[in-house]
Design a protein around this ligand. Structure first.
Ligand code: CA
Ligand code: CA
Length: 220
């Protein structure tokens, strides 16, 4: 009985689709940029600030700053995949709004001038105090998630003010696949961090990235 059912499905599949028209499109992937920053390679980057964090070279750290990556002469493609490690360092305040004193702490990724991520992160140590929520993994300002939501490592040391504290930095794996056909790509990552009552603010909250990879994908 079971074999009869399977045979019927196979027959219907062949009648409906034929043997060629139901094939899923083939993907051809090509890595067009890859950088772990360990060699100091700053080709195609607008901001060349490289630091050591957690025994690896990273791009950053940044506060009210960021970087731009410009790639030209990309082979013909339909999609672009962008992936990198995003480190959120020290005491970000997430969605908190305190009359412009310390939040919200916004991080943004733009591609060709359009925002693809516009969110907040919260990295407060909140065991005994008020715990400021963050928007990530969604966009700001429509969501209140717990601090470190969506993170893959929450036990890293801080970069500056929380340098000696486990949980002082948090690692997020960012991966976006977008429709894109232009032969050039402009990737921009930046922040709008607010911290008016601590100096230097970059010691209180900053970010960096590592293992930046851009892959072009063509479908046929
Ligand atoms: Ca590195
Ligand atoms: Ca802040």
């Amino acid at each position: 009985m079971l074999n009869l059912k399977i045979a019927t499905y196979l027959f219907l599949f062949m009648i409906t689709c034929g043997l060629s028209t139901c094939k899923s499109p083939k993907e051809f992937k090509q890595t067009i940029y890859e950088n772990n920053f360990d060699t100091g390679d700053i080709t195609h980057l607008s901001n060349t600030k490289i630091s050591t964090f957690n025994q690896s070279k990273v791009l950053g750290n940044f506060n009210n700053d960021g970087f731009e990556l410009i790639l030209n002469q990309i082979p013909t493609h339909d999609l672009i995949e962008i992936s990198f490690d995003l480190y959120i360092h020290d005491t970000w305040d997430g969605n908190k709004t305190s009359n412009g004193i310390d939040g919200p702490d916004i991080w943004e990724m733009q591609i060709d001038g359009s925002p693809y991520i516009y969110t907040t992160f919260s990295n407060t140590i909140c065991a005994t105090t008020f715990c400021s929520p963050q928007s990530y993994p969604d966009d700001y300002p429509n969501n209140n998630h717990n601090p470190r939501s969506g993170a893959v490592d929450v036990l890293l040391p801080g970069f500056c003010s929380l340098k000696l504290i486990s949980g002082g930095s948090t690692l997020y794996k960012i991966r976006k696949i977008i429709q894109h056909k232009n032969s050039s790509l402009n990737l921009k990552c930046l922040d709008h961090l607010i911290q008016t009552n601590v100096k230097p603010a970059i010691c209180d909250e900053s970010w960096s990235i590592d293992n930046l990879k851009i892959v072009s994908i063509s479908l046929n």
